[in-house]
Design a protein around this ligand. Structure first.
Ligand SMILES: Nc1ncnc2c1ncn2[C@@H]1O[C@H](COP(=O)(O)OP(=O)(O)O)[C@@H](O)[C@H]1O
Ligand SMILES: [Mg+2]
Length: 259
């Protein structure tokens, strides 16, 4: 008897969406296995963020289905998806600038634990050790007492991920997590993202422009072009794909969007 293949953590099937007359998601299907690190790449305007919004529940697609650990979440509100194990990291506005880094994570932890987590106690008293462990995991434990608004951009990016992880998601969505960072900081964050996805554990789907970075860390790559899936596979398979080569690896170097 052959073993059943492990169910996909995330399964996106035939996603379609139009904004006015503009087709932004065109019969898009993709899957993310448990513990996998999957990169979504494609030129600006390809529909990557729209795809994330559909998965996160901020955008209700015209057609298609989204399954998380086999359960259909297509019609669920974002907060119900969060309870089902999904976390989407927003680039701005997800941390409270005047709170310390630790308080930000404590607040997220108390929200995630809900009413079971002694709700009458102020966030400042809750989950100090758990918040410390998360900040440590994200490599910013030394900044725990600093106001979030005073942190340098790379640390804020890590804090945003720590806040997202407070809910202990099974799937984490990161839309361009390294955008705007200097190259040393990008490399550090890439290594961290690689460690977040663990065999049998949390899966990560992320958007990134630099194909070399994607190739260095991702298990699978999905290439999006005008809302449709142009190619999918391991970084090596995608790099060798004739359609990808024709579209993106002309004379322009490693940036998949040709910038
Ligand atoms: N809320 C919206 N209303 C109308 N058009 C939108 C909206 N959001 C995105 N679009 C359009 O959808 C297309 C895909 O955008 P987006 O998903 O942001 O692409 P990407 O993240 O790959 O750059 C673009 O043409 C963009 O202008
Ligand atoms: Mg985008």
């Amino acid at each position: 008897m052959t073993a059943q293949p492990e169910a996909a953590r995330l399964e996106v099937v035939g996603l379609g969406h139009r904004f006015g007359g503009n087709l932004v998601l065109d019969d898009l299907s993709l899957r993310v296995g448990a513990g996998e690190l999957v990169a979504l790449i494609g030129p600006n305007g390809a529909g990557k963020s729209s795809c994330f919004a559909a998965i996160g529940g901020q955008l209700r697609p015209d057609r298609g289905r989204i399954l998380l650990d086999g359960a259909d979440i297509t019609a669920l509100a974002p907060e119900r998806r969060a309870r089902a194990g999904l976390a989407r990291c927003f680039q701005t506005g997800s941390v409270f600038a005047s709170m310390s880094a630790r308080e930000n994570v404590q607040t997220a932890l108390s929200a995630a634990h809900g009413s079971f987590w002694r709700p009458w106690r102020p966030a400042a008293d809750c989950a100090v050790a758990e918040a410390g462990a998360l900040l440590d995991e994200l490599g910013i434990a030394d900044l725990a007492g600093r106001a979030a608004g005073s942190l340098p951009p790379p640390a804020i990016r890590r804090l945003e991920i720590a806040v997202a992880l407070a809910a202990r998601p099974r799937l984490l969505l990161l839309d361009e997590p390294t955008a705007g960072l200097a190259s040393a900081d990008r490399a550090g964050l890439a290594a961290l993202i690689r460690r977040l996805a663990r065999p049998g554990g949390m899966a990560v789907l992320f958007v990134e422009h630099d194909f070399d970075m994607v190739a260095a860390i991702a298990d699978q790559v999905v290439v999006l072009d005008r809302g449709a899936r142009l190619a999918a596979g391991t970084p090596g398979e995608v790099r060798a794909d004739p359609a990808v080569r024709a579209a993106y690896f002309g004379e322009a170097a490693n940036r998949i969007d040709g910038r």
